[in-house]
Design a protein around this ligand. Sequence first.
Ligand code: AMP
Ligand code: ZN
Length: 490
Amino acid sequence: MTQNLPLKIYNSLTRKKEVFKPQNPDRVTMYNCGPTVYSYAHIGNARAAVVADILFRLLREIYGDSSVVYARNITDVDDKIIKRAKEDNVEIHEITEKFADIYNKDLAAIGCLRPTEQPKCTEYIDSMVKMISLLISKKFAYMSDNHVFFDVSRFEDYGNLSGNNLEDLITGARLEEGETSRKRNNADFVLWKPELDGVGWNSPFGKGRPGWHIECSAMAQDVLNSEGYTIDIHCGGIDLKFPHHENEIAQSVCAHDGAPLANYWVHNEFLNMGDEKMSKSIGNVQLINDLLDDWDGEVIRLSLIKAHYKSELVWTKQLLQESKQNLDRWYRVLKRLSSIDFQFQKETRETLSLAPDFDKIINCLKSDLNTVGAISELESLFDNLNVLLNEADKYDNGDFPISLIKKVSEVKNALEGVSSLLGILVSDPFKWFKRKVSDDDESLFDALAHRREMARKSKDWKSADEARDEARAHGVILEDNASGTTWRMV
Ligand code: AMP
Ligand code: ZN
């Protein structure tokens, strides 16, 4: 039996790989900065969501499903949203509700579990106002020209997360037009701004709207912290480290008398097109929604976890094609497995542990989410399963030795654990090969498979060959196996 290892994650704050110790193992908390919902999410955004999802699944496996609280917010107020609503002449909520819904559906299609909590900014304005008032009363923030700013010179740890030097930041930050007269230090950032195009909420600092950073500080506190101020894990893409996460830390720590915002910070690297980051501003984006027209969600997900989250991932069609080939191979083996009636004994399955194969894979993930290692272990697991199925072929009367049934059963159990950990291999293996086929085509291919099966039974080889050739002309392969003839797309 492989040794069961503790979970270790690379903490961006300490710049070290550390053993993860939750404050309360019955309530492990994680927060991930969510989307600003005014258009479709791209596959770079999906990478951040999938990395957090793998961590969420792993924590649930270790601490139990109901012991992990994962919050990912929806930013539903923002200048870009207000601008878009004005251009389209619609209410803001019409845009945000539409794109929040699309975002959730896109992520579900690539196997991401729903976070436990999905707070919307507009529903937490009171908490933001409260936190800003607290920061003003403690003199960490000041009002100026209908704005409220955070005074970075009052927080000596400012820059610790990103490795920036406070002095340099104070003198070096670039100012936007009009800001010079409003701010005390160049690096001060906004907590509250005046209303824009009639969008604003009443507050002690005038009618206005929150700055981006305060949203996450307030929601993480409100949604995740039933007791105390510190959450266990905060995640997000590397581009958010500075200034967004640095500013979240400054606000929360200063509002909460020095209590850390999060004990562990997990940042994923970029997904790139060529050697450039995929981003809306560069204009090199591929939308999740568009990719799903051509690729199964599992193919997209496998492609996203084929690089370690701390390495850059170059997004190519070849990557998707290779992932499709991997999944096709694995599903072929699974199809073979389910077409053999091993008559697994209920007692046998229940008395079995999840098996060493499962331990090997979960241990890879426990080592700083090593998905690359986990996939390579999964490959070996399928190789082993293939060997066992070849062995099973020797017993055509189904009278398998109990030792073989036990081994296959162990692998089957391990696979169930692995698919719920990685969020892949969750489809029915027979349906996998019939994806994106119209109902009419499905009936035709079923009929061709049936024709070949009957022809083979009556040793009518000519008719059997004709059925196979006709299927092939449609891009379909007929496969003969112990339980009859089935079909799959090439
Ligand atoms: P945004 O909507 O730009 O705030 O991004 C949402 C999430 O996606 C954040 O965690 C970003 O850091 C992350 N993200 C954006 N672009 C990329 C990219 N090209 N690669 C990886 N993560 C990204
Ligand atoms: Zn955030």
